[in-house]
Write a protein that binds this ligand. Structure first.
Ligand SMILES: N[C@@H](CCC(=O)N[C@@H](CS)C(=O)NCC(=O)O)C(=O)O
Length: 222
């Protein structure tokens, strides 16, 4: 049977290792929204084809197709999802709590993750003389700065509970777990982040987070 438009899964261009795609996978699963992931091989340069650039002008995943419109930028898509599928909420009800959650998420999404994506590696390798060791040191620095930065925020209180804000997962947990997963994928261990470690463990115990792991995706190369 052909599904009606309402039932058709959302289409999202993604990549198994993408932290930004991971955020969407978790949120969609937590909210029970069906989606189909269309792999874009970032290691094979598929993000730079003219066809994909028409969908995502920055050549980045995720790109979600909603009513024929391509949406990019994971945080914007998470907010769209929250507005279109409010249950269960992934933002707190109070404005201060919402700001705190968005602030923690932004440490990851705006201040950490953009520095360690393939296009940055490509530029540093091709134009700044980076070899594998310098890239690893760069990655380690920014994963560490991000995770230790979030640790400081969480350890200072202000709403930290079983999760980053209270006892239910929010957008902050989704972004944090993605950063921690990225560090693990690249074999980078970050010390002295006990609150982050505790919260990431709590996230990974939830099926939505576990099923979103890079190594559980259809395009994971093994
Ligand atoms: N700020 C964007 C970042 C998107 C992004 O850079 N995604 C990475 C994968 S995690 C990507 O597609 N990179 C392609 C490249 O660097 O060439 C978001 O949150 O969606």
């Amino acid at each position: 049977m052909t599904p009606s438009p309402e039932e058709a899964p959302l289409e999202i261009y993604g990549f198994w290792r993408s932290q930004a795609m991971y955020r969407l996978r978790v949120a969609l699963k937590l909210k029970g929204v069906a989606y189909a992931e269309i792999p874009v091989n970032l290691d094979g340069g598929e993000q730079d084809t003219p066809e994909f650039r028409r969908i995502s002008p920055m050549g980045s995943v995720p790109a979600l197709i909603a009513d024929g419109t391509a949406l990019t930028q994971s945080l914007a898509i998470l907010e769209w999802l929250e507005e279109t599928h409010p249950e269960p909420p992934l933002l707190p009800a109070d404005p201060l709590g919402r700001a705190r959650v968005r602030s923690i998420a932004s440490v990851v999404v705006a201040d950490s993750h953009p520095l360690i994506v393939p296009r940055v590696k490509r530029y540093l390798t091709e134009h700044a003389g980076f070899d594998a060791a310098r890239w690893k040191a760069w990655q380690t620095y920014f994963f560490t700065a991000g995770l230790q930065g979030v640790e400081a925020r969480l350890a200072a209180g202000g709403g930290t509970g079983c999760f980053c804000h209270g006892d239910k997962p929010t957008i902050a947990d989704i972004c944090l777990a993605g950063l921690a997963a990225g560090a693990k994928t690249f074999g980078i261990a970050v010390a002295d982040v006990p609150t982050v470690d505790r919260i990431v463990d709590a996230c990974l115990a939830l099926p939505a987070f576990d099923a979103s792991r890079a190594d559980r995706q259809a395009d994971f190369p093994g």
